[in-house]
Design a protein around this ligand. Structure first.
Ligand code: CP
Length: 310
């Protein structure tokens, strides 16, 4: 068995080393073949209880954590805020402590507040995985993105990656801006000023011109505009967004000849990405990202619960 993951929780890419990330990616690899098999049942998490507490909507992350836990044999319960005492005013921490009293072995949390997963981890006795906190981090998304890139190119080191769109409000960008340079990628951020971070991390270049930003890129990662997180008036001031920042086949011709297109989803077809490009299996790896998300989450569940399994 490889060295255990040396962290009690997975709260962000912040604080992880390249070795930690490569351990998760390596552990995820065999689960891809397993998930393509006819019988998808392992029992290493048998007898353990996994709670998925999603305070914000999700399709990919919630379902893949549920499927991952079940394929590993865990008892998986989904906490639904709209049908819970959150509606009666119960706080996040009281909710976390209440769930903790039922002795779960792992809690997966998504919440609209930055830092929510860190807060919850400080009040419970089991590992916590951050499935997205406000505009903070979404570490398992960055990990599945990295696995997708590594499988396509055989490496991440030395690749040119452009993340395009609403970077300022995106926790996917937040985690990828930490992970990808750590593994040796050259990272560029592309978007209008209002959607770029106030100060890009050291070594990361920002572009407001889409064609300049994706020129020669090996990977073009598109992000939706997070309208639910925009300050008043910003969306209206973006103008013809598709014309300036939408990824079209013609625009992609300026990237590297074998460039791949990524998107964490959900997509807004015809806004940040053309539908025919999103559906092109030669260029788009969007559904591979979804597929590998299950494998990455299986690896995370396995690694974080090893010490509890003896
Ligand atoms: N990528 C992502 O987090 O998608 P969901 O919101 O559907 O989980």
């Amino acid at each position: 068995m490889p060295a255990p993951f040396p962290h009690p929780h997975l709260l962000g890419i912040e604080g992880l080393s390249a070795a930690d990330i490569n351990l998760i990616l390596d552990e995820a690899e065999p689960w891809i073949a397993f998930n393509r098999g006819a019988r998808k049942a392992d029992d290493r998490l048998a007898g353990l209880t996994q709670i998925n507490a999603f305070f914000e909507n999700s399709t990919r992350t919630l379902f893949s954590f549920e499927i991952a836990g079940k394929r590993l044999g865990a008892q998986v319960s989904n906490f639904h805020p709209a049908a819970s005492s959150v509606r009666k005013g119960e706080s996040l921490i009281d909710t976390a402590q209440t769930l903790n009293a039922m002795r779960p072995d792992l809690i997966v949390i998504r919440h609209e507040a930055n830092g929510a997963a860190v807060e919850v981890a400080a009040h419970v006795d089991c590992p916590v995985i951050n499935a997205g906190d406000g505009q903070g981090e979404h570490p398992t998304q960055a990990l599945l993105d990295a696995l997708t890139i590594r499988r396509r190119f055989g490496r991440i080191d030395g690749l040119k990656l452009a993340i395009c769109g609403d970077i300022r409000h995106s926790r996917v960008a937040g985690s990828n801006m930490r992970l990808l340079p750590l593994l040796g990628a050259e990272l560029r951020l592309v978007g209008p000023d209002a959607l770029l971070p106030a100060s890009p991390p050291a070594g990361v270049t920002a572009f407001t011109d889409m064609d300049e930003g994706i020129a020669g890129a090996d990977v073009v990662m598109m992000l939706r505009i997070q309208r639910e997180r925009l300050e008043a008036g910003v969306a209206d001031a973006l103008g013809d967004y598709h014309a300036r920042y939408g990824l079209t086949r013609a625009r992609l011709a300026g990237a590297a000849p074998d460039a791949i297109v990524m998107h964490p989803g959900p997509m807004n077809r015809g806004v940040e990405i053309d539908g025919d490009l999103a559906d092109d299996p030669e260029r788009s790896v969007i559904l591979e990202q979804v597929e590998y998300g299950v494998a990455v989450r299986m690896a995370c569940l396995d690694l974080l619960t090893r010490s509890r399994r003896g």
